[in-house]
Design a protein around this ligand. Structure first.
Ligand SMILES: [Mn+2]
Length: 319
């Protein structure tokens, strides 16, 4: 494994051809935006480049890969992975390329160095910030279609510039992209100000199940299988839903219980701020995680578990 600088990466991309670009499983805006932008830029300089067809891509991102995905007949000479920390994170079906990845471009500090060459900058909130520098050197300037894809990468991975990974550089790259004349308002509306009706239905269920404890410092919510089915919600519709109770003013610890399908028990997600340690709390129920976010899975009746959790939270805040 060789570490590359941005300049060395650009040189490598100029010197090779026949690119297949891999994304990660459960693809987000960062991996798709980076892969698609790199693919378009390589084509602009006369290279053959395709994206691996990630089977889990969601409709909101499909527009960015249209006309770029490889069919079964494409034989790659140079395989590149973007925003993918380990072999195990590769898109479903891309595992077969794991040993042949010539270059990985990433921002995860946990990158396992699985590729022959690695360009890693863990100071970047989004991999899109690294891709931006590469494209500038590769193409000289960013066209609107490149800028839009880089903007999608950076804005989604930083939670529309609100997560703690957002830096001055994230904002600078987004600002440079926004100068290139894509429809910024339309992209922001689509990515950050639009919900499916199923999502709204399931949020309604979540909020109506909510109970505040410890004088409003804690909240517990439940989602049953019936709630999820009746809302017609898919996994996409449920994404990050556990962040909602913890976003309520005054709440410093929130637990969301979700009934899983047959025999898989109940999944608990703990989110907290300040002194409350989600990891310690989750460990009481056989799980774990980080101080601000942790989880557990228990084979238990959801309403019995709910009272247990409520008691545990009240006890925690009484101490
Ligand atoms: Mn990322």
């Amino acid at each position: 494994m060789t570490r590359l600088s941005i300049e060395e990466t650009v040189q490598f991309l100029n010197n090779n051809d026949g690119y297949l670009i891999l994304t990660h499983t459960r693809p987000d805006g960062d991996t798709i935006g980076c892969a698609a932008a790199l693919c378009v830029a390589l084509r602009q300089i006369g290279k053959t480049a395709f994206l691996f067809p990630n089977p889990e891509i969601t409709p909101q991102y499909e527009v960015y890969t249209a006309g770029l995905t490889a069919d079964g007949n494409f034989i790659a000479d140079t395989i590149v992975a973007v925003d993918t920390a380990s072999e195990g994170m590769l898109a479903k079906g891309a595992e077969k390329y794991a040993k042949d990845i010539a270059l990985c471009i990433d921002h995860h500090p946990s990158n396992t160095e699985y590729a022959d060459r690695l360009l890693l900058d863990a100071s970047c909130g989004a991999c899109g910030e690294i891709i931006y520098e590469i494209l500038l050197q590769l193409s000289g300037a960013l066209t609107g279609d490149l800028a839009e894809r880089v903007y999608v990468a950076v804005s989604t991975d930083t939670g529309c510039f609100s997560y703690t990974n957002t830096t001055a550089n994230s904002l600078r790259v987004a600002s440079e992209c926004a100068k290139e004349g894509f429809d910024l308002a339309a992209v922001n509306k689509k990515l950050f100000r639009t919900k499916t009706r199923a999502r709204v239905a399931v949020e309604t269920k979540l909020y109506s199940s909510m109970k505040f404890l410890a004088g409003g410092k804690a909240a517990v919510c439940v989602l049953t299988l019936a709630d999820i089915d009746n809302a017609g919600a898919t996994e996409d519709d449920l994404e990050n839903i556990t962040a909602l109770p913890a976003a309520i003013s005054g709440v410093t610890a929130a637990v969301t219980l979700r009934e899983m399908s047959d025999g898989q028990g109940v999944k608990g997600s703990v989110r907290s701020y300040g002194d409350f340690d989600s990891n310690v709390f989750a460990q009481k129920f056989g799980g774990g995680g980080h101080k601000g976010a942790a989880g557990f899975t228990i084979k238990s009746d959801i309403s019995a578990l709910r009272s247990e959790i409520e008691d545990a939270l009240e006890t925690e805040f009484r101490q």
